[in-house]
Design a protein around this ligand. Structure first.
Ligand SMILES: [Zn+2]
Length: 62
């Protein structure tokens, strides 16, 4: 099952609506890059741990 990271559920000032879907590792890598590029975060184990908490199982049939 794929994992989904929905930026709308992550508090941000930019009102970002990006959704990233893929395997857990793919989503973590992409989300960490996105967090750096768009949200000004620094990539770190702590950031990835935060991102991991945001992952949800992709809902089937969508
Ligand atoms: Zn975002």
């Amino acid at each position: 099952m794929r994992k989904v990271a929905d930026c709308r559920e992550y508090p941000s000032e930019s009102g970002c609506t990006l959704t990233i879907a893929g395997s857990e590792e793919e989503v973590l890598v992409a989300a960490a890059q996105h967090a750096q590029a768009v949200h000004g975060h620094t990539d770190s184990p702590e950031l990835r741990e935060e991102l991991r908490k945001l992952l949800k199982d992709e809902e089937p049939g969508r």
